[in-house]
Write a protein that binds this ligand. Sequence first.
Ligand SMILES: C[S@@+](CC[C@H](N)C(=O)[O-])C[C@H]1O[C@@H](n2cnc3c(N)ncnc32)[C@H](O)[C@@H]1O
Length: 235
Amino acid sequence: MNPVDSRLAELCAAHGLDAALVPRFRALLDGLAADPTAPTTVVDPTAAVEVHVADSLDGLGLPLVREARVVADIGAGAGFPGLVLALCLPGAQVSLVESVGRKCEFMGRLAAVAGVTNALPVHARAEAWPAGIGAHDLVTARALAPLTALVEYAAPLLAEDGHLVAWKGARDTAEEADGAAAAAATGMELVEVWPVPPRPGADRRHLHVFRKAEPTPSRFPRREGMARKRPITAA
Ligand SMILES: C[S@@+](CC[C@H](N)C(=O)[O-])C[C@H]1O[C@@H](n2cnc3c(N)ncnc32)[C@H](O)[C@@H]1O
């Protein structure tokens, strides 16, 4: 077995996934490497298995991710973590929400070559997607925005009791305080900040989990761009 397939087999075993997923993940990695328009700098399968697959699979450490049925991966880019989660959760429907059209086209091609049938690109900004309002039990986001904006984007998209899982690096007190302020304003509450067991190249990964505890006030979502231009802050 080549090293990438060995690593995929190891990851499947570590997460209690069927080994039949190894060739599916492999097809995803091969599709990424073969497409010169891939919107990520990490395309070599040896690196991408860590940066994209292993990192996305970390979400499975949270039972609420394994149990999710209607998922929106916002700011999906090349399709991570959304495409990996879709492969692991065949009972879930995953929307890959991305504001740039050519990235949506790329994700559509990648899903097709990897045989992912339960993930669909959505060409929209997370804060300007009326069809997504109140429809999700899980919103995921990696490398998209500060926590305050992620909470503000996610709250309207979630059904009550739904969760946001934000992939973040080292903890940042100021960013977390602003995230808490956004949560208070939007009906969300912080559930936990889970320090992911370190892996080579990812020794500071934290998953921030918020729950929609109350209805989101009708002034959300705000106009496009406002969550970044005039963020909700603690100060
Ligand atoms: C740095 S990339 C991260 C992509 C992917 N989640 C990953 O970790 O590999 C952020 C992506 O979010 C998209 N984006 C930025 N603001 C957005 C918004 N408000 N709604 C949806 N997509 C957005 C960008 O076009 C970009 O593709």
